[in-house]
Design a protein around this ligand. Structure first.
Ligand SMILES: NC(=O)c1ccc[n+]([C@@H]2O[C@H](COP(=O)([O-])OP(=O)(O)OC[C@H]3O[C@@H](n4cnc5c(N)ncnc54)[C@H](OP(=O)(O)O)[C@@H]3O)[C@@H](O)[C@H]2O)c1
Length: 255
C-alpha cells in the first residue's frame, strides 16, 4: 500500500532511539522530510545523517523539551527549515528523577504539559498543511492499575494525554486536522527501559513478556509502522483514536 507520504514534512520529538527513532526512519523511507530533537547532540547528528541517506531533507537539534522557550524557538525554526508542517508527533517522555510531589510535577511537565505545548505550536501550522495529522505517544500505563514504583505519575499523565487527544480531534476535525494517539506495551530495544529491566529485574522482564498474548516484548518498528499509517493520508477517517500496540498485554476487551 502506498501511504502517500512522499514530500510530506514532519516534526518528531525524541527521534534518536527507540520508538521515536523507528518512526523517523520509517517516515524517511516513505519519502517524508523530518525535523527531530533530543538532548544528546552526537545522537542527533547520527540520526540526521541516517535519515538523509534515504534521500529526504532532515534537520535536528540538541535540546531539552522541558525548556519551553528553547523548544518553541526550535519548533518554529524547524517548520521554516521544512517549508511547512504536515505531521507532528509528540513522543518524548522522561523518567522522573525526583520523589514525592516533585516527581508528580516532573511527570506533569514532561508527560502532559510538554504535549500541550507542542500541540499549541503545531496546530496553527498543521491547519496550513497537506492532509495534516498530529499524534501523541501514550502508553498502556494509562489504563493499568498496578504500575512499578515511581510510575504512578507517568500512568496518570499518559491517561490525560488520551483525553487531550480526543478533545483536540473534536476541535480540529472541521479544520482538517486529524489527532490520534498510540499506547504501546513493553517495547524492547538496546539501551531502552526494558533492556535495563532485563539486566536489573529479570523476573519483571519475563512477567512483562508473558503478559502479552504473543509471549514477548514488542519492537520499536512494530509501533512505528502503526504510527506512520495513522499519520498518513491512508488513515483519512481515523481521528480521536487511541491504538493499543501491546500484543494484547492489557487484559480487557479493547472496546
Ligand atoms: N519503551 C517502552 O516500553 C514504552 C512503552 C510504552 C510507551 N512508551 C512511550 O514511547 C515514547 C518513547 O519512549 P522510548 O522508550 O521509545 O524511548 P526513550 O528511551 O524514552 O527515548 C526517547 C527519545 O526522547 C529523547 N528525550 C528524552 N527526554 C528528552 C527531553 N527531556 N528532551 C528532549 N529529548 C528527550 C531521547 O534522547 P535523549 O535521552 O538524548 O534526550 C530519545 O531520543 C515515550 O513517550 C514513552 O513513554 C515507551
Amino acid at each position: 500500500m502506498d501511504l502517500s507520504l512522499t514530500g510530506k514534512r514532519a516534526i518528531v520529538t525524541g527521534g534518536t532511539r527507540g520508538i521515536g527513532r523507528a518512526i523517523v526512519e520509517q517516515l524517511a523511507r516513505e519519502g517524508t522530510s523530518v525535523a527531530l530533537c533530543a538532548r544528546t547532540a552526537s545522537a542527533v547528528s547520527e540520526a540526521v545523517a541516517s535519515l538523509k541517506a534515504h534521500g529526504v531533507s532532515a534537520f535536528g537539534s540538541a535540546l531539552d523539551v522541558r525548556d519551553g522557550q528553547a523548544f518553541a524557538a526550535w519548533f518554529e525554526g524547524a517548520v521554516r527549515d521544512l517549508g511547512g508542517l504536515d505531521i507532528a508527533i509528540s513522543n518524548v517522555s522522561t523518567r522522573p528523577e525526583q520523589q514525592g510531589e516533585a516527581a508528580w510535577r516532573e511527570a506533569f511537565e514532561t508527560d502532559f504539559l510538554q504535549h500541550v505545548r507542542m500541540s499549541n505550536l503545531a496546530l496553527p501550522h498543521l491547519q496550513q498543511g497537506r492532509d495534516p495529522a498530529m499524534l501523541f505517544v501514550s502508553s498502556i500505563a494509562s489504563v493499568l492499575t498496578t504500575l512499578p514504583p515511581g510510575e504512578d505519575g507517568y500512568g496518570t499523565m499518559k491517561a490525560a494525554l488520551i483525553s487531550l487527544t480526543g478533545q483536540l480531534a473534536a476541535k480540529y476535525g472541521s479544520k482538517g486536522v486529524r489527532v490520534n494517539a498510540v499506547s504501546p506495551g513493553p517495547i524492547l530495544f538496546q539501551g531502552g527501559v526494558w533492556d535495563q529491566i532485563r539486566s536489573a529485574h529479570p523476573s519483571l522482564f519475563d512477567r512483562a513478556a508473558a503478559l502479552s498474548a504473543l509471549g514477548r516484548h514488542g519492537r520499536p518498528e512494530e509501533v512505528a509502522d502503526a504510527v506512520v499509517f495513522l499519520v498518513s493520508p491512508r488513515a483519512s477517517y481515523i481521528t480521536g483514536a487511541n491504538l493499543r500496540i501491546d500484543g494484547a498485554a492489557v487484559k480487557s476487551v479493547n472496546f
